[in-house]
Design a protein around this ligand. Structure first.
Ligand SMILES: *Cc1c(COP(=O)(O)O)cnc(C)c1O
Length: 387
C-alpha cells in the first residue's frame, strides 16, 4: 500500500461493517463467538483472548503505520515488552539497553526477568565503542533503544545501532513511544522490532491503556503471537476501539504537538530561571542534526532543568513549578491532547531512583498538548513569576 500516512491511519483495518455498512467498524464487546458446529468457526473467531475483530482492526492499522507485516496489541506498553522479551529470549541471553530507557523497562528487565536469568547491561547509546563492547560481552541477543528517550530527550542513531546489533547476530528493538510512527519509522531505518506504549501518543486522549509490538519477521511474529494468546495480556475490546479511534488523528495531533513544543522550548530558553532546555528541535541540542535526519518533526516532549535561586535549590524550584501550573495538569503519562507536567524523579521515574538511570532532581518534563500555545506559555509564565 503506497498511500500517505493519514490515509492509512484513517482507512487501514477500517472497512465498513459488512452486515450493516456502519462506516465505523463496531466495537465487538464480547469474550466468545458462536460456532456453527464443533470447531466450525465464523471467520476464525473463537475466544476473546485469542482473537477479536476490534483488536484485529487496531493491529492492522498499527502495522500499516509502522510499515510492518505484523502487529500485536497488548493491555499496556510493559505487557507488550514482557511478551516480546519472553517470546524471543531464553535464560542466559543478554539484552543491551540504552542507559536512559523508560524506568519501567529497566525495572522489568532487572527485577522481573533477571531472576529468570535474562542478563542485561545499560550503556550510553551515543558511544558506539561502549555499545559494541557491551554487545560483545556475553550472549547478547537483543539491543534496546529508546529515541527520543524519556525524560532526557537523548537521540540515538537507529541505523548505526542496527548495524552493530546485526553484526553480532542480535535484533534491534526500538521503543517508538515518544516519536510515534508519524515522526519516525524505525523499521525503515534498520530496526527489527518496534514497541509502543499506545497509552501515549497513539491513543492520544489519555483514556485507554495499551501497548504494541510491530515487526516484519514471520518466525519471530509467530512466537510473539503465541505468547499474546497463551499468556493473555491482550487489549480489551473497548481499549482497542478507543485506541483505533485516537490513532486516526495522530498526524494532525503530532503536527500541533510539535509546533507548540518548539515555541515553548524557545520561550523557556530565554527565561533566567532555566538552566537547560532538553528539546531536539533546538539547534544546540546534541541530537538536533540526527533528529532532523531520522524524524520528520521533533515531537511534543520537553524536559527543563532549573537553576538554584537564592535559598532554593534547583530541585526546590523544579518542584514549585511542577505544582503551580493550572493549564498543565500535574500527572504521570504523556502524549494526550491535554498538556501534562511531571516531576520524573519522584513520579514516572521513581523506580530508578538511586540506580544508574536516576533522573536529575532539578528536572521537570512537559508533555505539550494541543491547546492554544499562548495559553500554555501564559501558564508557564505565571508559574515562573510566582517563584
Ligand atoms: C509509558 C511508557 C512505557 C510503558 O507503557 P505502559 O503503557 O505504561 O505500560 C514504555 N516506554 C515508554 C517510552 C513510555 O513512555
Amino acid at each position: 500500500m503506497n498511500q500517505g500516512f493519514n490515509t492509512r491511519a484513517i482507512h487501514a483495518g477500517q472497512e465498513p461493517d459488512p452486515t450493516t455498512g456502519a462506516v465505523v467498524p463496531p466495537l465487538y464487546q464480547t469474550s466468545t463467538f458462536a460456532q456453527d458446529g464443533i470447531g466450525k468457526l465464523r471467520n476464525g473467531y473463537e475466544y476473546g483472548r485469542g482473537t477479536n475483530p476490534t483488536r484485529d482492526s487496531l493491529q492492522t492499522q498499527l502495522a500499516a503505520l509502522e510499515g510492518g507485516a505484523h502487529a500485536f496489541s497488548f493491555s499496556s506498553g510493559l505487557a507488550a515488552e514482557d511478551a516480546l522479551i519472553r517470546a524471543l529470549l531464553v535464560p542466559g541471553d543478554r539484552i543491551v539497553m540504552g542507559n536512559d530507557v523508560y524506568g519501567g523497562t529497566y525495572r522489568l528487565i532487572n527485577r522481573v526477568l533477571a531472576p529468570w536469568q535474562i542478563d542485561s547491561a545499560a550503556v550510553d547509546m551515543a558511544d558506539a565503542d561502549a555499545v559494541a563492547a557491551a554487545i560483545a560481552d556475553g550472549n547478547t541477543k537483543m539491543v534496546w533503544v529508546e529515541t527520543p528517550s524519556n525524560p532526557m530527550m537523548k537521540i540515538t542513531d537507529i541505523a548505526a545501532i542496527a548495524e552493530l546489533a546485526h553484526a553480532a547476530g542480535a535484533v534491534l528493538v526500538v521503543d517508538n513511544t515518544f516519536a510515534s510512527p508519524y515522526l519516525q519509522t524505525p523499521l525503515t531505518l534498520g530496526a527489527d522490532i518496534v514497541v509502543h506504549s499506545t497509552t501515549k501518543y497513539i491513543g492520544g486522549h489519555s483514556d485507554a491503556s495499551g501497548g504494541a509490538v510491530v515487526l516484519n519477521d514471520d518466525a519471530m511474529a509467530e512466537k510473539i503471537g503465541f505468547i499474546q494468546f497463551a499468556v493473555g495480556a491482550v487489549s480489551a475490546p473497548m481499549e482497542a476501539w478507543l485506541t483505533t479511534r485516537g490513532l486516526k488523528t495522530l498526524g494532525v495531533r503530532m503536527d500541533r504537538h510539535s509546533e507548540n513544543a518548539q515555541q515553548i522550548a524557545e520561550w523557556l530558553l530565554a527565561r533566567p530561571e532555566v538552566e537547560r532546555v532538553l528539546y531536539p528541535g533546538l539547534p544546540d541540542h546534541p541530537g538536533h542534526e540526527l533528529a532532523a535526519r531520522q524524524m520528520t518533526k521533533f515531537g511534543g516532549m520537553i524536559s527543563v532543568q532549573f537553576k538554584a535561586a537564592g535559598q532554593r535549590s534547583g530541585e526546590d524550584v523544579a518542584r514549585a513549578v511542577a505544582e503551580s501550573t493550572t493549564v498543565f495538569t500535574l500527572a504521570e503519562s504523556l502524549g494526550g491532547i491535554e498538556s501534562l507536567m511531571n516531576y520524573p524523579s519522584d513520579m514516572t521515574h521513581a523506580s530508578v531512583k538511586g540506580t544508574e538511570l536516576a533522573v536529575p532532581e532539578n528536572l521537570v518534563r512537559l508533555s505539550v498538548g494541543i491547546e492554544d500555545v499562548a495559553d500554555l506559555i501564559g501558564d508557564l509564565e505565571q508559574a515562573l513569576n510566582r517563584l
